[in-house]
Design a protein around this ligand. Structure first.
Ligand code: ADP
Ligand code: MG
Length: 332
């Protein structure tokens, strides 16, 4: 049997049950943005790791080493944000082809350092090895949160509003522009920057998780169409998403017009925006959104709501059925 017949998640599901009985009480393992490890009566640790491989996650000619350093940290911090946590420390494991220039690696480390400074996350260890061909960067971040306060994918409740913390589809558009070597107009440059240097929503995650009415949360690494089903499966519910409510930047709208892109599909299914996706009790939404607005000078976007029934998304466009087609990134 070939891996592409079961995919990334089919593979994970094959070995996950072998380890579940080894979890100590209070520990949460595979299945959320971070693992949860109890520390004491007040605190839990959150642990996450993500790997970036040359040619798969980035093109060495398209992204600067500094940007690559930023992105390696940001995608991991985003998983801490997704649980409402605070980062404590980072570990970096790196496999380097032997003809790599030291100046390239210095720039990579400067990028990592800039994010470490921004979020006060020390680099505390790692591993360095030779790679036969491609550069591979693995970051692991440890964070913490108040005991019992981590937001998990399985916490959504029927009737919750489904909200996102910012614009969707920019990163997918940036990737499209990189792959097709589009001329770097201001709009295209902004979209490419979103793709190369995403912002982990650490402060947003902390604020959202301070409200009891914010139930499930995760970060959007693969896009709403691929990521929301993880919340739906873990919570045993369904969802209705209204695509006309997906927040789309002016840059994406103008580039979509110029290049004939379908920006609704890009916003619904494009990956790597690293915005937060959360579900909020309707009675709490106004208070949460008010606090979000006063802290971050932007509103949460409500894109749909949680329903009972099968764990799948019903897509609407202005109330009419919307066919998103077969989209989403498959690793294998
Ligand atoms: P994310 O996009 O938030 O980083 P993923 O979709 O990559 O999460 O992974 C889903 C879940 O499966 C996570 O809990 C992750 O820790 C776990 N996982 C992924 N790959 C492996 C692996 N090789 N071994 C153990 N757990 C894994
Ligand atoms: Mg995640």
């Amino acid at each position: 049997m070939l891996l592409n017949s079961i995919g990334e998640f089919g593979f994970i599901e094959r070995f996950k049950p072998m380890f579940s009985h080894l979890l100590n009480s209070g520990q949460t393992g595979i299945g959320d943005d971070c693992a949860i490890i109890p520390v004491n009566e007040k605190e839990e640790w959150l642990v996450t790791t993500d790997l970036l491989v040359e040619g798969v996650h980035f093109l060495k000619d398209a992204i600067s080493p500094y940007q690559l350093g930023v992105k390696s940290m940001a995608v991991n911090l985003s998983d801490i944000a997704a649980m409402g946590g605070t980062p404590i420390g980072a570990f970096l494991s790196i496999a380097i082809p032997k003809d790599t220039e030291v100046e390239y690696l210095d720039e990579l480390m400067k990028g990592i350092h800039s994010v470490a400074e921004r979020y006060s996350v020390p680099l505390m260890g790692g591993d360095t090895t030779k790679s036969l061909q491609h550069l591979a960067i693995n970051v692991c971040i440890i964070g913490n949160c108040e005991k019992g306060k981590a937001r998990r994918r399985g916490m959504a409740k029927v009737g919750d509003l489904i909200c996102v913390s910012g614009n969707l589809g920019d990163s997918a558009a940036g990737l499209e522009a990189v792959l097709n070597k589009f001329p770097k107009t201001p709009a295209i440059t902004a979209l490419i920057d979103k793709h190369h240097t995403p912002t982990p929503r650490i402060e947003e995650g902390a604020l959202l998780s301070s409200y009891a009415g914010v139930h499930a949360m995760m970060d959007l690494s693969d896009g709403v169409a691929s990521d929301l089903p993880h919340i739906l499966k873990a919570s045993g519910c369904g969802a209705i998403i209204e695509v006309s409510h997906l927040p789309i930047s002016d840059e994406l709208r103008s580039a979509a017009e110029e290049y004939g892109w379908d920006c609704l599909s890009m916003a619904a299914a494009g990956g790597e925006d690293y915005e937060l996706l959360c579900t909020i009790a309707p009675s709490d939404f106004d208070a949460v959104n008010e606090a979000f607005k006063s802290n971050f000078s932007k509103e949460l976007s409500t894109i749909g709501f949680i329903t009972g029934g099968a764990s799948c998304i019903k897509w609407l466009d202005n109330g009419e059925e919307f066919n998103l087609g077969n989209v989403g990134f498959q690793h294998f």
